[in-house]
Design a protein around this ligand. Structure first.
Ligand SMILES: [Zn+2]
Length: 324
């Protein structure tokens, strides 16, 4: 695929995401209104306030009257909203129950930021890069293996080179001994640009060149597979079972996938749990800290990902290698 084809496909993904955001907001609004009917009445009042203010403008009242009307509308709207927040709290619902929840707050899932000319949001650029990596259309991916690992590029300061060399040796050992590495799962954490994806690609390359089947996915692609499985409109689709059954599964950038109700956490739990139960190996790279993993996915998923008896967890530290 060319870059512009990737961009077009990605923009479609963003459009689907916005539709999902809207459906999610509608579902949360419906749930709140069903639980607290007064909220529905207040929201209805807000809508009528906005409408009557607009009518005031259209029917050509004086500027003074229009301003008074607008001020009055704002005041009553604020009062209504304060009342709605109190009702939400009283019902034990989160304060943002009636607000849109975006995967990316910066671009509100549009993929664009800024006024015209708008540019792509960082989240869009990141995913574009991942897409291009995944289909191999970005040069250099085949060069990511243990033999091309160049320690000279890594700063010596603060032990960064020493740490990365140790982690590289551990990863290479894991890949060489797979599936008898002594531990099944590997979790690579740390900020962006510390070499996690590179190490993941190295492991993939070594294990597959030793003849073992492995699947390497970005978290976003994994999520898409889960979503398609969940929607269930493709009877022959077995992408999710493939993820469960791969002898080695490598998940890159966990945490960048959308959080969708009934999908992300539930399917991730099923995936990890089934793989652990069957003794299959999983390697995960993520920018999330263990604490953030717990916050994002909850205790059940975190306990599978961070299980010390089955998983080696490495936290990479240092300077962003891409900016050097
Ligand atoms: Zn964004």
């Amino acid at each position: 695929m060319t870059r512009s084809e990737h961009i077009r496909a990605l923009l479609e993904e963003y459009a689907r995401q916005r539709a999902a955001d809207e459906a999610d907001l509608q579902a949360r609004t419906d749930a709140a209104c069903a639980r607290v009917p007064e909220i529905a009445a207040l929201k209805q009042q807000n809508a009528e306030l906005a409408l009557s203010a607009m009518r005031g403008i259209l029917t050509g009242q004086s500027a003074e009257q229009r301003r008074a009307l607008a001020d009055d509308m704002k005041r009553r709207g604020r009062e209504n909203n304060a009342r709605i927040r109190a009702l939400l709290a009283g019902a034990g619902l989160p304060e943002d129950q009636l607000e849109p929840r975006y995967r990316c707050d910066r671009c509100r899932d549009t993929g664009y930021v800024g006024e015209a000319p708008a540019r792509f949001c960082d989240c869009f650029e990141t995913r574009l890069r991942l897409r291009q990596h995944e289909d191999g259309s970005m040069a250099g991916l085949d060069e990511q293996n243990f033999d091309t690992f160049d320690p000279a590029r890594i700063p010596e300061a603060d032990g960064q080179r020493e740490q990365l060399l140790a982690v590289r040796a551990m990863c290479e050992d894991y890949a060489n001994r797979f599936p008898e590495a002594g531990f099944e799962n590997l979790l690579l954490t740390g900020e962006g640009g510390l070499g996690k994806t590179f190490l993941l690609n190295c492991i993939f390359e070594r294990v597959t060149s030793r003849g073992y089947p492995a699947i390497r996915v970005t978290a976003f692609r994994m999520f898409e597979t889960m979503r398609r499985q969940h929607v269930g409109s493709e009877p022959d689709f077995n992408g999710f079972s493939e993820l469960i059954e791969a002898p080695l599964l490598l998940i890159d950038d966990l945490g960048t996938e959308p959080m969708m109700r009934n999908i992300t956490v539930e399917y991730l739990f099923t995936l990890l749990n089934e793989r652990l139960a069957a003794g299959r190996h999983t390697v995960v790279a993520t920018n999330l800290t263990p604490v953030q993993i717990k916050e994002r996915y909850g205790e059940r998923v975190a306990s599978r990902l961070l299980d010390r008896t089955r998983c080696r967890c490495v936290q990479l530290k240092g300077k962003d290698l891409r900016s050097l």
